[in-house]
Design a protein around this ligand. Structure first.
Ligand SMILES: *[C@@H]1O[C@H](CO)[C@@H](O)[C@H](O)[C@H]1NC(C)=O
Ligand SMILES: *[C@@H]1O[C@H](CO)[C@@H](O)[C@H](O)[C@H]1NC(C)=O
Ligand SMILES: *[C@@H]1O[C@H](CO)[C@@H](O)[C@H](O)[C@H]1NC(C)=O
Ligand SMILES: *[C@@H]1O[C@H](CO)[C@@H](O)[C@H](O)[C@H]1NC(C)=O
Ligand SMILES: *[C@@H]1O[C@H](CO)[C@@H](O)[C@H](O)[C@H]1NC(C)=O
Length: 627
């Protein structure tokens, strides 16, 4: 073991240097951040993004009332106090700030006796100025009417997205035209070469030649997984796609709610990408381990390699999400332990170990065995399936049977004001309890997305311990996609049919588990819990998307996978880089109006595009960060 331990080499030094760099850069950026927070707090009197103004007019004066509100997004929530009408005369009005992201119900109760006067359902729009009039509609019957009137029109918040979309379409057209012309240029060069070889060589060397000419043959990724020149660009494209959305979402997604994580149950664009990343990791694990085993590497050697990579990933993750060390050398008392890279690292370790333990080295190409022809890519791996099913059973048992003090057993809700405020401290049920028990309250994520809508107060980690089981399942489904690719190599139709079948199968399971609703199902789709229905739903999308990309990129070669292909080839660098350099110039600058979606969107899109560009340049220079 001592000899096999790879840390003996330069690897360790490399890791130490990386970690110190992360430490240095994020410390200086956290100080920039605190300065920025000061300048922001001065403008607190203005409306913020996603808010609107509501003036409350009481025509029942001197009778008083209270206005309560509940967002449609908040499932089975308590009403919260919005404003009390305590004006001194009947001509004045009270001012309240309302949420403009989702429709909401306003309930107006008389202060004396807490009886309901009326109720309105309304969708406020960003920066609008509205009035709520509460008056007697019929003086003889004492009917009370509540009406909402627009004083000043709201802004159309989604316009910047439409504009950005057209800008990207324009860029795309320009780039494709450019590359088309370059290809024409290649043709010209070729013609020139016929006539004047020296002149053309000079031209090519001065980088006027087609950049695509030599593409691919040196791809390290493909070179390792198979000696044959079959390259799967679709995997890197898919990985890059999820990574780029992840970067955009992490940078703030323009401040739009649908580019942020869902508060509890349900899906937004932001909730799609992490499982896809895990999925494609599983696919790559199968391809790379298969090729390395075929090259004659021993399983032990590969295992040590996998272990070392996981440890590195875990440590890098720990350094990336914590800026505690900036406050002093030893302020580790509220360090967050689990995070995205940590989750990836553990999932990688478990799935790779599973693969190394049970994989049977199949000859290449795989012989089509008659007895279990149809499902041989599943049946040949039954021990793995058995273990995964046992793990999943463990998840179900812990989630639904573990007694949590003060909370109902099997609770899956957000706590806070959800479930009519009965279980305020039960956020995440067993999953939250296990984290708080094992890691400690201070070492889990302090700002879960549930506190946005559900007013939760307990910390909750969306990348917590219990969820690891389901991300292993997700990676295992990705592994299955890898097995399909290896089993049915060069049989495109078989691969596509299998991807499609898996997608439908996963879709059916999700439909049953969720009863096709976001909140009412047996197990709702939930990113915070990484519920099993979340995994099956996202696997359904992943198989389908992979099928599409595989068809376009690897079968028909209509699309080269750009621009997603490049970040997909350098995913660790882009992920760590985008986190570490988050607060530096080309990725962030001081906005003129920090409450404008347009400016946030511009900044986030520019930052994301720069990362794509960086990945492209590094790809051209053949620089890849591999751990
Ligand atoms: C408003 O009054 C109704 C009864 O008329 C009551 O059921 C409801 O709970 C009250 N709302 C709040 C937030 O207290
Ligand atoms: C007020 O209510 C009474 C009794 O229901 C009805 O006869 C009358 O038409 C109503 N007046 C208005 C202005 O709606
Ligand atoms: C909202 O509209 C009312 C009535 O038109 C006006 O008096 C008030 O100044 C407006 N408030 C803001 C912040 O624009
Ligand atoms: C929830 O936790 C808070 C703070 O720890 C505590 O004050 C409150 O009493 C708890 N509520 C319940 C219902 O246990
Ligand atoms: C929800 O949070 C807000 C501020 O964050 C607070 O004012 C309000 O009282 C909370 N509501 C409940 C029901 O705890």
């Amino acid at each position: 073991m001592g000899l096999a331990w790879p840390c003996a080499s330069a690897h360790c030094l490399c890791l130490v240097v990386t970690l110190s760099l992360i430490l240095l850069v994020s410390c200086s950026s956290s100080s920039i951040n605190s300065q920025r927070a000061d300048s922001l707090s001065k403008r607190s009197t203005h409306l913020k993004m996603d808010q609107a103004l509501l003036l409350i007019h009481n025509e029942l004066f001197p009778e008083k009332f209270t206005v309560y509100w509940r967002s449609d997004q908040c499932y089975q929530c308590l009403y919260q106090t919005l404003a009390k009408s305590d004006q001194r005369s009947d001509r004045a009005s009270d001012v309240a700030v309302v949420d403009a992201r989702h429709p909401m119900t306003l309930q107006i109760n008389a202060t004396s006796g807490n009886t309901e006067l009326c109720r309105v359902h309304y969708r406020f729009r960003e920066f609008g100025n509205y009035s709520l009039w509460v008056k007697n509609s019929n003086s003889s019957t004492k009917d009370i009417a509540c009406n909402i009137i627009i004083n000043q029109n709201p802004v159309y918040t989604n316009l910047p997205i439409v504009i950005a979309f057209f800008i990207y379409v324009a860029i795309f057209i320009v780039l494709s035209l450019g590359s088309f012309l370059l290809r024409l240029n290649t043709v010209q060069n070729w013609l020139c070469k016929r006539m004047n070889p020296v002149e053309t060589d000079r031209l090519i060397n001065s980088e006027l030649g087609s950049p695509r000419a030599d593409l691919g043959s040196q791809d390290p990724h493909f070179a390792t997984w198979n000696a044959a020149p079959q390259r799967l660009r679709s995997l890197d494209t898919f990985r890059g796609l999820s990574l780029i959305i992840m970067v955009f979402v992490n940078y703030g997604g323009g401040g739009y709610w649908f580019f942020k994580h869902r508060s509890w149950n349900g899906l937004t664009i932001a909730d799609l990408v992490f499982p896809w990343f895990v999925f494609i990791m599983g696919t790559s694990i199968h391809l790379s381990l298969t090729s390395m085993l075929r090259k004659g590497n021993s399983k032990w050697k590969l295992f040590w390699k996998v272990l070392w990579r996981s440890i590195q990933l875990f440590l890098i993750g720990l350094f990336v999400i914590n800026e505690n060390y900036c406050r002093g050398p030893l302020s580790w008392n509220d360090i967050r332990i689990m995070g995205v890279l940590q989750r990836l690292s553990i999932t990688y370790l478990v799935v790779s170990a599973l693969e190394l333990l049970f994989t049977k080295l199949l000859p290449d190409p795989v012989p089509q065995n008659r007895t279990c022809f149809l499902l041989q890519d599943v049946i040949c791996y039954w021990p793995q399936w058995l273990i995964v099913i046992v793990l999943e059973a463990g998840w179900l048992c812990l989630t639904f049977l573990l007694p949590v003090p003060g909370c109902p057993t099997g609770y899956l809700g957000p706590g806070g004001i959800g479930d009519f405020g009965k279980y305020p401290n039960c956020t995440g049920g067993a999953a939250g309890y296990i984290d708080r028990l094992v890691l400690g309250e201070d070492h889990v994520y302090q700002h879960p997305s549930s506190n946005v809508v559900y007013n939760t107060t307990v910390p909750y980690d969306p990348e917590g311990i219990l969820g690891i089981i389901n991300s292993v399942v997700m990676a295992f489904l990705g592994l299955q996609a890898g097995k399909i690719l290896v089993f049915y190599k060069n049989q495109h139709k078989q691969v596509l049919v299998r991807f499609f079948t898996w997608s439908v199968f996963m879709g059916v399971i999700s439909a049953i588990l969720t009863k096709c609703s976001s909140n009412e199902g047996f197990i709702p789709v939930n990113k915070n819990l990484w519920s099993i229905s979340y995994v099956t739903t996202l696997a359904c999308f992943a198989f389908f998307l992979l099928m599409l990309i595989y068809f376009l990129v690897d079968v028909k070669k209509f699309w080269m996978g750009g621009p997603f292909f490049y970040p997909g080839m350098n995913s660790i660098l882009v992920y760590v880089g985008h986190e570490v350099f988050e607060n530096y110039f080309p990725f962030k600058w001081k906005m003129q109006d920090s409450q404008s979606h347009a400016q946030h969107l511009t900044q986030n899109l520019v930052a994301t595009s720069i990362w794509v560009l960086i990945a492209y340049i590094l790809y051209k220079k053949k620089i890849f960060w591999k751990i």
